[in-house]
Design a binder for this molecule. Sequence first.
Ligand code: SF4
Length: 288
Amino acid sequence: MDPEKRARVEAWLQFGEELGLGPFYRDRSRAAQDPEARDGAAESAAPELPARIGFPASSAAASFSKPAPPSTPDPAPSRTSVGFSPAASSPNLFEAAERVEGDTLEQIRTDIGDCTRCRLHKARHNIVFGVGSPTAQLVFVGEGPGHDEDMQGEPFVGRAGKLLTQMIEAMGLKREDVYICNVVKCRPPENRLPERDEIATCSPFLLRQLEVIRPKVICCLGACSAQTLLATNQGISKFRGEWFDFRGAKLIATYHPAYLLRNPNAKGEVWKDLQKVMAVLGLQPRKR
Ligand code: SF4
């Protein structure tokens, strides 16, 4: 592109950024059709990611063939950058969220009530709060409820949910051993992406849930939850399978099970990510 035209485009993008319009450059119609498209959207205007925390890339594979004993010390959760981007300078959603003294999951559910704080309440049948152990070491965070979840009031109970359950069991865990929740608690119509304002309105409840549970590992399923918790709009393919610090927990992002239903070839990548989680938690794969 000729320099003059490039300068004009950059100035226009900068203007949009200053107005807070960056994420709206996504092709949402394509994203709604293809979960992977969500993962690659809005790269050009992406804010920096927080610094990764240093896990050797080969640790997962090694731990799968020979799982680490529970006494193995965790890799230091330092924020030392190993050639990665610096942390975002603005506070992320978590840091902006109110911390509630003596908070509990029950209190959070009570505070949500029959919520009408965002437009997603209009078409929902049930608020899908979250399910699992309140003391779980591992929390899975998805994007939002789908049809089956909306009807049953429980996250990940449809086809994608069944696949998630299989993934959890392959890790040597049961569904009730972990905690499962979403960024937004009401179903977006037509399974569209949650809008930015809906995420901003609902995600403080997620952040309170994470603060109460205080898991050792947070596994983000898909781009929406990873981008929300990491305060970035970089595509998930840029940081999938890497470790981040999230307020003392280790956070890793992998593909959403719904994406795997459409792209079974990606299951191997997800399994590698789950092996990393297993290594941190000292888990052994289920014996067949
Ligand atoms: Fe309330 Fe969250 Fe449902 Fe919006 S998505 S209505 S903020 S519970």
